[in-house]
Design a protein around this ligand. Structure first.
Ligand SMILES: [Zn+2]
Length: 342
């Protein structure tokens, strides 16, 4: 398959950039079965994925590939929300139905809560959202304020970014920063400078969507550097391997940021497999695909490793407010090796 990167390069939910990268990695020739062998027995944590946009097939494939936990940041849904109720329902789903759905596949679901940068520009609505955010950030499973930061780097975006940094400080929660895809370098610098200005400890701040141009400054200033693996373009798997070869595993983490755009919910296990092929030590891979995310977001006090994986998949009731993921006649199969739905 040969995709024209100009046609397929954009993940619109994470906004467009001009950072084109045509990926022709040799590993594309490998079948998924081969990846699976390389990462046999490894477990993964995806600290940035928008599951409300994904299917049960995705949950199933993720669990089978070793993903045991994830974080779903509150974000933009692809078109502007027209009222506060849409925000309320979305936030409720992140701590309610979506967490339940994830639990049915043996994946522990966490989220971050925030007003996204793009919708910060609708100030009348943003004001209302700021009023209800405190009702959600203290809920169980909320591991941070996010994803917040800049899109177009407007004054309104800066205003609500600052207000939400204060909210995070008050709630003693980590911050997940979405860096802009246009003018990324400046936007990333500005985001970090503002966080420091507000007195945030950089070890409580995860700066997301890094690339080769931003990573050094982020690490040098003590922040966590997260990388989103985008299929076909931007930060591809091969480039991620090179970043880890150059900088090592400390304070670096990988995520898929998969959503309703062209994206891959298996980006982490696939990148881990590629790292294995490139001879990166298993402990390094474990840090960037699992442990570092836990260390960073675990500062929220919300992450308990005992909640991960199969043992807990059946702990939550099979219904959420009377609703199940099963359709007539289907049964949930608790066997960890087999399909969830028989
Ligand atoms: Zn996102």
């Amino acid at each position: 398959m040969c995709l024209n990167p100009n046609e397929h390069s954009q993940n619109p939910s994470h906004f467009e950039d001009s950072d084109q990268q045509i990926a022709h990695p040799a590993h594309r020739d490998l079948a998924w079965a081969d990846y699976r062998e390389l990462i046999e027995g490894m477990t993964f944590f995806d600290p940035h994925i928008h599951m409300v946009s994904r299917t049960t097939d995705d949950y199933q494939a993720m669990r089978q590939a070793g993903i045991v936990a994830l974080i779903e940041p509150a974000f933009w849904v692809g078109q502007p929300r027209t009222g506060l109720s849409s925000f309320k329902d979305y936030y409720s789903s992140l701590v309610g139905w979506e967490r339940f759905r994830s639990s049915q596949f043996g994946i522990k679901h966490y989220c971050t809560m925030g007003l996204n940068s793009r919708e910060a520009n609708n100030e009348p609505l943003a004001e209302q959202v700021m009023e209800i955010l405190p009702l959600y950030i203290y809920k169980e499973g909320v591991v941070g304020v996010g994803e917040i930061g800049f899109d177009d780097q407007t004054p309104a975006e800066e205003k609500y970014f600052r207000l939400q940094l204060e909210l995070a400080k008050k709630a003693k929660l980590p911050v997940q920063i979405h860096t802009p895809h246009r003018d990324k370098k400046n936007g990333t610098e500005r985001s970090m400078a503002i966080a420091l200005e507000h007195g945030l400890d950089p070890s409580w701040v995860i700066v997301d969507h890094n690339n080769e141009e931003t990573v050094k400054r982020v690490l040098d200033q003590g922040f966590w550097a997260a990388f989103t693996i985008y299929p076909f373009t931007k930060m591809g798997n091969e480039r991620m391997v090179k970043v880890v070869e150059q900088y090592g595993p400390e304070r670096i983490m990988v995520n898929s940021a998969a959503d309703w755009g062209i994206s891959d919910p298996l980006a982490i296990p696939k990148t881990a497999a590629l790292m294995k092929m490139r001879g990166i030590p298993t402990e390094t891979i474990r840090k960037v695909t699992y442990q570092n995310a836990i260390d960073a977001f675990g500062k929220s006090g919300q992450i308990d490793l005992n909640d991960f994986g199969d043992d807990t998949s059946q702990q939550e009731a099979d219904k959420f407010h009377g609703n199940s993921i099963l359709r007539g006649g289907q049964q949930l199969n608790p066997s960890k090796d087999s399909l969830v739905i028989q």
